[in-house]
Design a protein around this ligand. Structure first.
Ligand SMILES: NC(=O)c1ccc[n+]([C@@H]2O[C@H](COP(=O)([O-])OP(=O)(O)OC[C@H]3O[C@@H](n4cnc5c(N)ncnc54)[C@H](O)[C@@H]3O)[C@@H](O)[C@H]2O)c1
Length: 286
């Protein structure tokens, strides 16, 4: 299962990063967004990220240009028909993702491997809407993709050994370390991280401390690189809210219940860095 061409669905925080590291590793990449403006916005994020490597002299300007030239944008899923691997990083919503998979399943050849960057949706449930559940797995990258070293490769009950091996080899080829997880919502990292992030919101809601003190407490007291509320701004409050809802629906465990404050903020459009405002203010959109 040689992978040469990679399709990425979604060019938001994660899709843009996945497209970038794939192109940096030498793959031809095609990215699908719902509008050309959204693709251009993601493409600008990729160019900005590569510019930082050039500024730090970790990449030449010629290499940056070559990486950008390997990334094409489209609004049509059918343009991904000749991809060897598709990594879907669309919004965390089962209906939206399965709509994408149904269309891709009809367009792509039988050998194309499908993978999802979902944080919390069961891989097997998405695979079940396609005729290729054996060629379907989870490839869960971390934000920011160009810097974070981990990928969780998720095997559903149907994922074949060949698909798992190809997905693992792909993740390693883009410079990541793989951990293998079973198909349970949240896999390894979010199973543990999401209750912690939600508890930080609950602590703020209960007036335990200011947002700065909650963040400094965990930074300085536990050696975390950033506090939980800063991390929530970074991940996206909307994305975290969707993840919490999905995990709560699955486990019926109040540890995964989204606190009202998180819901209020998302409904008010405070989605974190990407929207300019979350728990903190950001001058430029990240
Ligand atoms: N933010 C994180 O830290 C993080 C980390 C790991 C995994 N994830 C997962 O990655 C996925 C994307 O999250 P994100 O943070 O990039 O969100 P985001 O909001 O930054 O980007 C989502 C993008 O998907 C696009 N989109 C929606 N429907 C689409 C469709 N049908 N076809 C193509 N594009 C579509 C949207 O226009 C948007 O640009 C989610 O499943 C999320 O759970 C997020």
């Amino acid at each position: 299962m040689a992978i040469r061409k990679v399709g990425v669905v979604g060019c938001g925080l994660m899709g843009s990063g996945i497209a970038q590291v794939s192109a940096q590793a030498g793959y031809d990449v095609i990215v699908r967004e719902v509008t050309d403006e959204l693709f251009q916005r993601g493409f600008k994020r990729i160019a900005g990220s590569l510019d930082k490597f050039v500024e730090k002299q970790k990449m030449t300007a010629a290499d940056r240009d070559a990486v950008l030239a390997r990334i094409k944008g489209t609004t049509k899923l059918a343009d991904m028909k000749d991809c060897d691997l598709i990594v879907e990083a669309a919004i965390e919503n089962f209906e939206e993702k399965t709509k994408v998979y149904r269309e891709l399943d009809a367009a792509c050849g039988p050998n194309t491997i499908f993978s999802s960057n979902t944080s919390s949706l069961p891989i097997g449930d998405m695979a079940a809407v396609t005729k290729r559940p054996d060629r379907f797995c989870g490839l869960h990258f971390f934000n920011p993709v160009p810097l974070m070293k981990l990928v969780e490769v998720v095997r559903s009950i149907d994922t074949s050994d060949a698909t798992y091996q190809a997905a693992k080899a792909f993740a390693e080829s883009v410079g990541k370390t793989v951990v293998t997880a079973k198909d349970t919502p949240g896999f390894v990292v979010n199973l543990l991280l999401v209750p912690y992030l939600l508890d930080a919101v609950r602590a703020l809601e209960a007036g335990v401390a200011s947002k700065e003190d909650i963040d400094n407490g965990m930074k300085l007291g536990c050696g975390h690189p950033m506090g939980p509320l800063t991390l929530l701004d970074f991940v996206g409050l909307d994305t975290t809210y969707y993840i919490a809802e999905i995990m709560f629906a699955e486990f019926k465990d109040t540890r995964y219940a989204a606190p009202p404050l998180l819901k209020r903020m998302v409904n008010a459009g405070y989605n974190g860095r990407k929207s300019g405002r979350g728990f903190y203010h950001y001058s430029a959109q990240a």
